[in-house]
Design a protein around this ligand. Structure first.
Ligand code: HEM
Length: 458
């Protein structure tokens, strides 16, 4: 996998705590191609793109670099029209044009997006730098901008897309701003991951879940590889999302449920997500006491809903992780159970939420998310459209949205909490806790593909 960009099949790892996404527009095509060439085969005066063959820390690097091209970006680099035409329609449209199916409406609509991200034709590159420290990232960002005499590209706006890993001080697990542990469940790839290292009742996934040019997870279906082959093969698509989180609103909702129904807020938080905030799944630890006693980090994904919990009495069918990965459950899109899976590489932005700290209470915070897959339409969009929002996968949740991040409206929102031997509890009136502040569809080409792009002459 030397030819594939890093952080796709394997994560860079916890050492890389700081991230910056540079959203760039190409100013000078010739300089941009020179800069790209230097990033792939340079003399190290320009930072080089990280390949997926070995963890960068083994190479002694304190930073890693990824380059994602939008459709407009490929055109700006001079990729010929005959080749551009072979990319899938959702990528050609760009994320902003797909807003209605992504639930990016109202406050999340592209009209309110930050950093110029709604200007689809001007967003050309998302260059992502991970570093051990913020100053590692700053240094590499400066070098990227200075590449090829500094004339290649410029930033679209002053908006910085800087994130920092948040850790739970006790468990040392990575957190998202609502206080949940993250980065637990990901597809494990055949010939890449050791299945015994993280037992999971889901089968190992083919690399075609995320890389172009290989069999996909759907029998007999392979995604079209953009042409020429050198450009498309070993590439992957990415949905870059800037997702603002209303932590005060979320905590307020947990408190309101406690006040009205006498339910412990940690239990409500677990029911909304499908995992306790510690990361322990409800399916393996249905009660708070069991979750507290659960000390087994290796088996956090070793469960299924199909036999033990078909009706969602333990993990509600509408909970975030059950919606986004129904595992073996009998869902409407039965053939899709695993075909929508994707790789998530998100890092939070903004200060840790502390209700007692007036100085940071209202500072924007959220997730800089990357959702990597071989088909944006069949994986990312399908998950976002009819599983996260709408709940088409099970008639018992159809018409409801994901309680953590769906496009909810207090007038219509509802979350069904099935209970053993009692009527289900239906929680209503909650707002949208996650707002889209921007995003872009990018293509992360292989290293040979970037050489090919850099060698274009148009
Ligand atoms: C700010 C927004 C989001 C938050 C706070 C959030 C939070 C979480 C948390 C806490 C988990 C459980 C930890 C884990 O399994 O690693 C999780 C899992 C997951 N999330 Fe999200 N998420 C967000 C956005 C999204 C989006 C936009 C998607 C898809 C389009 C998504 C798809 C998934 C998937 C596929 C899983 C793994 C489910 C499993 O395999 O069990 N998430 N998320």
């Amino acid at each position: 996998m030397r030819e594939v960009q890093g952080n796709i099949l394997r994560a860079y790892g916890d050492r890389y705590r700081a991230v910056r996404h540079l959203v760039l527009t190409v100013d000078d095509r010739f300089a941009a191609r020179r800069a790209l060439g230097l990033m792939v085969d340079g003399d190290r005066s320009t930072p080089d793109v990280t390949s997926g063959d070995r963890p960068p820390k083994e190479a002694g690097y304190q930073w890693c670099l990824n380059v994602g091209f939008t459709f407009a970006g490929l055109a700006a680099f001079g990729v010929p029209a005959a080749s551009l035409d072979t990319f899938p329609p959702e990528f050609r449209d760009g994320m902003a044009a797909r807003a209605s199916r992504l639930g990016d409406v109202g406050d999340s609509a592209p009209a309110g997006w930050v950093g110029g991200l709604a200007e689809t034709r001007r967003v050309h590159l998302v260059v992502t730098i991970h570093g051990w420290t913020r100053s590692d990232v700053d240094g590499v960002a400066e070098e990227v901008m200075a590449a090829a005499g500094g004339r290649a590209f410029s930033r679209l706006s002053d908006e910085t897309f800087d994130g920092e890993v948040l850790y739970d001080p006790v468990t040392r697990r990575r957190l998202v701003h609502f206080g949940y542990a993250d980065g637990i469940s990901q597809p494990r790839f055949v010939d890449v991951h050791d299945p015994s290292a993280s037992p999971d009742q889901l089968p190992m996934a083919p690399v075609g879940v995320v890389l172009l040019g290989y069999p996909s997870a759907i029998p007999h279906v392979s995604w079209n590889v953009p042409q020429p082959k050198v450009l498309g093969h070993n590439g992957t698509f990415n949905a870059f999302r800037v997702l603002g989180q209303d932590v005060a609103g979320f905590e307020g909702f947990l408190a309101a449920v406690e006040a009205k129904h006498g339910l412990d807020r940690e239990l409500t938080a677990a029911k909304l997500c499908g995992r306790w905030r510690s990361g322990v799944p409800l399916s393996l630890a249905p009660t708070a006491a069991q979750a507290e006693a659960f000390r087994d980090d290796v088996h956090l994904n070793d469960f299924d809903y199909v036999d033990g919990d078909p009706d969602g009495v333990i993990c509600p069918i509408g909970a975030h992780i059950r919606r986004t990965n129904p595992r073996g459950a009998h869902i409407v899109q039965r053939s899709s159970n695993r075909s929508r899976s994707l790789i998530r590489r998100g890092i939070p932005y903004g200060p840790r939420w502390d209700p007692g700290d007036a100085a940071t209470r209202d500072t924007p915070r959220g997730l800089l998310g990357n959702f990597l897959c071989a088909s944006l339409a069949a994986q990312f969009e399908a998950m976002q459209y009819d599983w996260i929002n709408l709940g088409f996968q099970d008639p018992r949740i159809t018409g409801t949205n994901d309680p953590l991040l769906g496009a909810n409206d207090p007038a219509t929102s509802s979350f069904t909490w099935p209970r053993q031997g009692a009527d289900p509890l239906v929680l209503r009136g909650f707002k949208r806790f996650v707002v889209t502040r921007g995003g872009a569809y990018t293509f992360l080409p292989s290293l040979p593909a970037m050489r090919w792009i850099a060698a274009q002459t148009e």
